[in-house]
Design a protein around this ligand. Sequence first.
Ligand code: PEP
Length: 250
Amino acid sequence: MRRSIMAGNWKMYKTAAETTAFFEKFLPLVEKATHCEIVVAPPFVNLAAAVAATRSSRVEIAAQNLHWVTKDGAYTGEVSGPMLKAIGCGWVIIGHSERRQYFGETDETVLKRTIAALESGLAPIVCVGERLEEREAGRTEAVLEEQFNGGLAGLAPEQFARVTIAYEPVWAIGTGRTATPEIAADAHKFLRSRIKARYGEEQAAATRILYGGSVKPDNIKGLMAQPDIDGGLVGGASLDPASFASIVNF
Ligand code: PEP
């Protein structure tokens, strides 16, 4: 049985004070939610506040990115895995489509960052997903296969075992246009078939694949009813404590 994960991606939203205020409201609302793991990814500057606010709770904190170099060095503006681990992060999001689209992220850098995360003791959530024109051209599976082969298949089996995948169709992110549960499930099944081909049946059954793309309190139930969907990576709807809590408590 795969344990589900509800992860919130705050993107470039909230100050440290707003982070603390969020958790004051959010934690009591998810106190009884033992059915899933809960992860929140604030911007780097709010990680310390988020870790402090969630110390005596089951909520874990993720970063939204990390550099692939795991030692200190002359990399202005970058943050390393060991720094994230030291501040109290347990997770890191890698290869989000916004990073692929605006910041030159490629499958090659996704693989390098994933290896750095694993070497730093962080659990990576690696994002894949097709753009609208790729879906419309019937290339969804080809794109997912390319991203899987380039960004993940280079991991050793024991490394891949610690990876969570997030399927996030780019056309559904921040657009209010959620994939139907069936569309999402088809992509998850396809990804699982790729995992099986590369890492074997047991690993394919064990890997958690989250869905992301306009997940809201009113559509989470339908998505989670699909056996291949193991949780959500939630952007906009994770910014409000009541909204994210109702997704967690679906
Ligand atoms: C995301 O940030 O990964 C995301 C899926 O955003 P949203 O839920 O707002 O579509």
